[in-house]
Write a protein that binds this ligand. Structure first.
Ligand code: SF4
Ligand code: SF4
Length: 156
């Protein structure tokens, strides 16, 4: 019989959207229209919800966790008859990896770029040149004061 880690579930419940995993009755409707599941044999939102229900912290919060393959497309949000919103449970899990410092290095690099430049990717002269070639304007300045204030906001 599967052992449930209720302590992990309690921590997940405390994250925004994390508590929704409890309503999953494993129908699989979220899988049918999930682009990540179509292209990755290891990705399955129904299975991720099951792992959350069982409280399987190790695979879910590992640095190479499958949760990072979610595209945030929200198809599962629309399909779920239980209003579980798998995408939001997955986001809650991602936030847990950040707290546990097990998120992938690429994510840390992205967070650092946002803190320093307000953008997820640092702009270079090459980007400006390519934009010019495509007839696009240069990227404008980013309101760093507002972004810093947002980053200091604690939602829990
Ligand atoms: S948000 Fe993620 S889990 Fe949901 S359908 Fe899109 S890729 Fe799949
Ligand atoms: S559609 Fe909703 S209830 Fe069904 S498996 Fe997916 S998350 Fe669970």
């Amino acid at each position: 019989m599967a052992k449930i880690d209720f302590n992990f579930r309690k921590k997940l419940n405390a994250m925004i959207g994390g508590e929704l995993h409890s309503y999953c009755f494993q129908c699989g409707a979220c899988v049918g229209d999930c682009p990540a599941a179509r292209y990755s044999p290891r990705f399955n939102p129904r299975r991720i919800m099951l792992q959350a229900i069982l409280g399987q912290a190790d695979p879910l919060l590992a640095e190479d966790s499958v949760i990072w393959e979610c595209t945030n497309c929200y198809n599962c949000y629309e399909r779920c008859p239980q209003d579980v919103r798998p995408v939001e449970v997955i986001m809650a899990l991602k936030n847990m990896t950040h707290k546990a410092r097990t998120n992938p290095q690429q994510v840390n690099d992205m967070v650092k770029a946002v803190q320093e430049t307000g953008r997820t990717v640092v702009l270079t002269s090459v980007v400006d040149r390519r934009r010019g070639e495509m007839g696009l304007e240069k990227m404008g300045d980013v309101p760093m004061d507002e972004i810093r204030k947002l980053m200091q906001t604690r939602f829990h």
